[in-house]
Design a protein around this ligand. Sequence first.
Ligand SMILES: Nc1ncnc2c1ncn2[C@@H]1O[C@H](COP(=O)(O)OP(=O)(O)O)[C@@H](O)[C@H]1O
Ligand SMILES: *[C@@H]1O[C@H](CO)[C@@H](O)[C@H](O)[C@H]1NC(C)=O
Ligand SMILES: *[C@@H]1O[C@H](CO)[C@@H](O)[C@H](O)[C@H]1NC(C)=O
Ligand SMILES: *[C@@H]1O[C@H](CO)[C@@H](O)[C@H](O)[C@H]1NC(C)=O
Length: 448
Amino acid sequence: MRRSLRGALRCLGVKVCRRSALLVILLWLASWLFLNGLVFVHRNMFSDFCTDDKSKEILQRVCDEYQQGVLTGDLCEDLCVAGRVEYKRCLYYENGKKVMAASWRGVPIVLKSKLENFSSYEALALLEYQDTAGGMGGEEELSPLDVIFYATLEIKNSLGLETGTNLTLPRLWGQKLKENERTYSRAELASLWALLQQEEYTFLRVLQDLTHHVAKILGSCGHFYAVEYLAAGHAWDQHIFSLEELTLSPSPNPWGGQEKMITARDMVPRVALSFLEMVEHFENDFSHHLHLCDIKPENFAIRKDLTVVAIDVDMAFFEPKMRDILEQNCTSDNDCNFFDCISKCDKAKNRCGPKRKNSNLQVICEKIFRPWFSPTLLGAKAGLPLQVELQRAVQECAEIDGGEDAKHMWAVRKQLQDLLVELIQEDTGNQGEGQEHKMRRVHTALNF
Ligand SMILES: Nc1ncnc2c1ncn2[C@@H]1O[C@H](COP(=O)(O)OP(=O)(O)O)[C@@H](O)[C@H]1O
Ligand SMILES: *[C@@H]1O[C@H](CO)[C@@H](O)[C@H](O)[C@H]1NC(C)=O
Ligand SMILES: *[C@@H]1O[C@H](CO)[C@@H](O)[C@H](O)[C@H]1NC(C)=O
Ligand SMILES: *[C@@H]1O[C@H](CO)[C@@H](O)[C@H](O)[C@H]1NC(C)=O
């Protein structure tokens, strides 16, 4: 009697357990469906604006204004008259910001503008002044020097550089303008002005000739500018970048011919090396240190030669602007975190230190390299001596304290670099005969 009662109780318990487990599963399923529904509705609502029709409408307006002489650019003729720019698809549309994929004379490009309409940009005050002056006097064109002056002001303003520092770019522009000895039309100036109001364009323009690690600007028409098409990183991809994205593009495949495709795993150490190179360049190549404050896979892209490119430059700041951003009132160190750029709270003054405490390298080690070289992702390879050493080096790099001296930082970077080079040589060595092409390719990839 007692035994059967206990048995019945146990049975009841199991039943209750099963029932609640079932309930949990059902609830989970229901919420999953609900969330998916939400995402679906959201996506459909917004895809309305990122449609091909909408994109073509926007490009049509650009071309209408080109024909009317309102705007111009080196891309306009091909886009509006010769039909050499082929629209592919809409990549992004939000709050007027428009990003489209296209192909220009067979080269894959991305067309961008912060605002869809040319008229939404601030007009150049100088042109209005000229209008009134023109009414009184003769038709006077703007001199190149005026253009440089205005462009310099706008650039300094936009990048947060103090006046009085050396800005090399406008001087270079000045040289070109002097050589040409030409004047500028209204459409040219208005277009340049609309472009300069887009921080991203200004930023890319300034860094174009100074580094490989930002997207190349290929041309522009009015307020739209074209940059090279790149393979952006994805957080969900264990290798972050996918070479297929680039090789699927219409231009010829550089790994083609008799050569075998480079695999995702071979790619990783090479891209990592390029990250290191980028860090070094951003520290030393410009008159100010460049800080990247939002480091995540989606904000970087690669080219076919495996160079790394910083594609979201909204969160990239030169030292003077960085100091402005960091210097805030605070009660604890937590108040001094600006995304990936952090400083210390000076409790005596209740003010954050203006100097960034961590570094680009440290955050890249932590957020990009650590997952790449983690034992779980490496699988069977994880136990190899070189991999173990690399994991240790990455860990050390991620934990560098900002207060440590530059010599130590340099040593950590050098060690990472040496290990990566060794790893690449090992990989290529293991692939045996018939890989000479590839070996050479590796070297060019390293020395680009
Ligand atoms: N040069 C490029 N090549 C390929 N895709 C790009 C390029 N630039 C931007 N994209 C894609 O377009 C989308 C939006 O571009 P982005 O300028 O990063 O906008 P936001 O900074 O507002 O996110 C991103 O998802 C990115 O993947
Ligand atoms: C852009 O211009 C078109 C046509 O003039 C107009 O319908 C549209 O609302 C404008 N968009 C914005 C964001 O101003
Ligand atoms: C600008 O650069 C020149 C040469 O590089 C240097 O002599 C000069 O001191 C710099 N000026 C400022 C304000 O940094
Ligand atoms: C920061 O602190 C100073 C003095 O303690 C105060 O005058 C100032 O208004 C504060 N600024 C902000 C933005 O809170």
